[in-house]
Design a protein around this ligand. Structure first.
Ligand code: CU
Length: 654
């Protein structure tokens, strides 16, 4: 079991749990240089967290600028995913989705990022129809190397990106500590062809520490503190920028070992402050102040046990989140107008999850997981509540919801052939924006959105299957999944209301549509004809349809990638060519426009030199070698990607 291994290795030796974790998690990206196995970014530790997440197979990133990309798993964005940091719940504070919670950590804070595809989520995940991401924090563990220091510096010529990081890990038998500080900044980048994209800059600082103390041979206490602050962040795809986005993440946990079981209980608190800023923009007709905040307190208690053929995990969790956002408009000369956009929504959620991995025989495995969660929501801001009540006279200021998920999968290994198949069902409650948002302008389709407190829970049935074959130096895989939705939540045009935003085309109110389908398939191949030479290729396709069989928005067209790598001595080089076909199935009905096909080529090289037990790594490369001007289907309002970009970075581990 995943968590058991983490806990038990913590109390015995330094943890390298990534290999074990890969058995029960669908996919892992390695962020820390100290970990082995798994895949990693070509820029190494200097890669941003978004670049690391984008390396996962089922993941795409929605980009509104250079910073804070929104992960999309199995063609489903934030609303249908769970993102946790070491099992902690954390919620964004921006009504315009400028701050996915992954933007409040830094690569240097993390050991790995693990992804569970679909409804079989990690124990703390709720509402994860599309999948769950868990960002695992970097921990030295007990009885590891007494002192390790990592220094890194990176530079990218396009946009003058600078990355500096330093972190240290101290470890002994009684205690361990990780501390680190990171700085990242970028100026406006050039798109293919050389034009500069205004408002694509950002600045970010991050400090973190993880501490662990051993109380007895089988008891330990751990504490985490992360402070993350981004300022002057431009969003070229939107009509506002961010003056300040600040996250404070803290936790305290106790761990106990019983021999064949382990028990971890964690309490946590996080606070997010988000302040938008349109003062740098030219031609602003009506200046607006739009701050938001989100605060979460929570706990989870996870018991994991290995008994005979079973690896069991039982998790109880509870969290309380409070979210508020408002808007003040300053029409030139006239009196300011004030509006509450998130009416201080307090969500109290508690859930119980059970997972069992059963080894039926040497080569057959069954995995079962289930979770049920109860939720109570209360609207604490009267002004916001009464404004929304004008549209929904029957609404109240408190709601109860029950959600759940159940998933089962089977895996069999027959020589070089591995087959797996799974099924699941799960539901999610509407988000704060979907249920209670008030005149939130969506620049994707240019409509103002109003939440709907009478929304039903959305649910989906998932079916998935995968086949992997390995023969000699060749490995081939094919996998697919389908999600059959009931009461799918999406905005509906409301012609009786008029928009508040100056250039908006009208108003949409969230509603349930009876049915929708999202399906994904991919084919992968890997070949290592020679010891020093490897090749891999990937082809993927997605499909999304609403009840009328019309395309859903933000569904990936055919995507492909091919990569050749060679290594010799201290050198590794890689050529990657990747692209997308034309997005012919775009959702015109939901305001989406067609994205043309594109192809780009990247080169990278890595040189690593051991110096005693120290190691120096130099990474360099060129992205978008031919300086193509392109945008992917996931680039918000089709803002162009970076043109040719040369990068170099240096890491020294001692
Ligand atoms: Cu915002």
């Amino acid at each position: 079991m995943v968590s058991l291994l983490i806990v038990s290795t913590l109390l015995t030796t330094a943890a390298d749990t990534t290999v074990a974790r890969e058995l029960t998690v669908d996919e892992v990206v390695i962020v820390s240089t100290a970990s082995r196995g798994g895949q990693r970014a070509v820029k190494g530790q200097a890669a941003s967290i978004d670049e690391h997440i984008g390396n996962l197979r089922n993941v795409a990133m929605v980009r509104r600028g250079s910073y804070a990309w929104e992960p999309v798993v199995n063609n489903m964005p934030t609303e249908r995913l769970s993102t946790t940091i070491d099992g902690m719940k954390i919620f964004y504070a921006c009504t315009d989705k400028m701050d996915p919670v992954t933007s409040y950590v830094e690569s240097g804070n993390l050991q790995t990022i693990s992804l569970n595809s679909g409804l079989d989520g990690n124990p703390q995940a709720t509402g994860n129809i599309g999948g769950s991401l868990d960002l695992r924090l970097r921990k030295a563990g007990f009885d590891a190397d007494p002192l390790r220091v990592n220094l890194s510096a990176g530079h990218e010529w396009n946009g003058h990106v600078q990355v500096y990081g330093a972190d240290a890990a101290l470890s002994g038998h009684r205690a361990y500590a990780n501390i680190g500080a990171f700085y990242r900044q970028a100026e406006n980048y050039k798109i293919g062809g050389g034009e500069r994209l205004q408002f694509s800059q950002f600045h970010k600082v991050n400090v973190f520490s993880n501490l662990g103390f051993r109380l007895t041979d089988s008891d330990a206490v751990e504490a985490t503190f992360i402070f993350d602050r981004a300022t002057d962040v431009g969003y070229p795809a939107l009509n506002m920028d961010v003056g300040l986005a600040r996250g404070i993440i803290t936790s305290l946990s106790v761990k106990h070992l019983f021999g064949w079981a382990s028990w971890e209980t964690k309490v946590y608190y996080n606070h997010i402050t988000h302040e938008m800023d349109d003062t740098q923009r030219p031609d602003v007709e009506i200046h607006m102040d739009m701050p938001g905040r989100s605060q979460t307190e929570g706990l989870y208690s996870l018991l994991t046990a290995s008994r005979k053929r079973h690896d069991l995990a039982l998790n109880y969790d509870l969290y309380h989140n409070r979210r508020f956002a408002d808007m003040t408009m300053y029409p030139g000369g006239a009196a300011p107008m004030y509006m509450v956009t998130w009416p201080d929504v307090a969500t109290l959620n508690t859930g119980l999850a059970l997972t069992d991995n059963i080894g039926l025989t040497e080569n057959q495995q069954v995995r079962l997981s289930a979770k049920v969660a109860w939720q109570h929501q209360r609207l604490n801001n009267d002004e916001g509540y009464h404004a929304l009540k004008v549209f929904f006279p029957a609404m109240t200021n408190a709601y109860y919801q029950t959600t759940g998920r159940i998933a089962a999968s089977y895996r069999v290994q027959l020589g070089g052939l591995q087959l797996s198949a799974g099924a699941g069902w799960g539901s999610r409650a509407p988000t704060v924006t979907e249920a209670y948002g008030y005149y939130l302008n969506n620049t994707f389709d240019q409509f103002d959105y109003i939440g709907n407190p009478h929304l039903k829970n959305e649910s989906a049935t998932e079916l998935n299957a995968a086949l992997k074959w390995r023969g000699g130096t060749l490995q081939v895989g094919i996998d697919g999944n389908a999600f059959l939705f009931r009461d799918y939540i999406i905005g509906h045009l409301e012609t009786r209301l008029s928009a508040m935003t100056v250039d908006a085309e009208g108003v949409k109110v969230y509603g349930n549509i009876k049915r929708a389908t999202i399906a994904n398939a991919s084919v992968t191949a890997e070949w290592q004809p020679l010891q020093w030479l490897n090749w891999n290729g990937k082809l993927s396709v997605g499909s999304g349809r609403d009840a009328d069989a019309d395309p859903l928005p933000l569904i990936s067209p055919v995507g492909w990638q091919t990569q050749i790598g060679a290594s010799r001595g201290q050198w590794q080089v890689q050529i990657t060519v990747r692209g997308n076909a034309r997005q012919s199935q775009y959702a015109a009905k939901y305001g989406e426009t067609e994205t043309p096909a594109w192809t780009i080529c990247n080169l990278s090289a890595l040189w690593q030199k051991p110096v005693g037990d120290k190691r120096l790594s130099v990474r360099a490369g060129v992205e978008n070698l031919f300086d193509k001007r392109y945008a992917t289907y996931a680039d918000w309002n089709q803002i162009p990607q970076k043109g040719r970009n040369i990068f170099a970075n240096l890491t020294f581990e001692m």
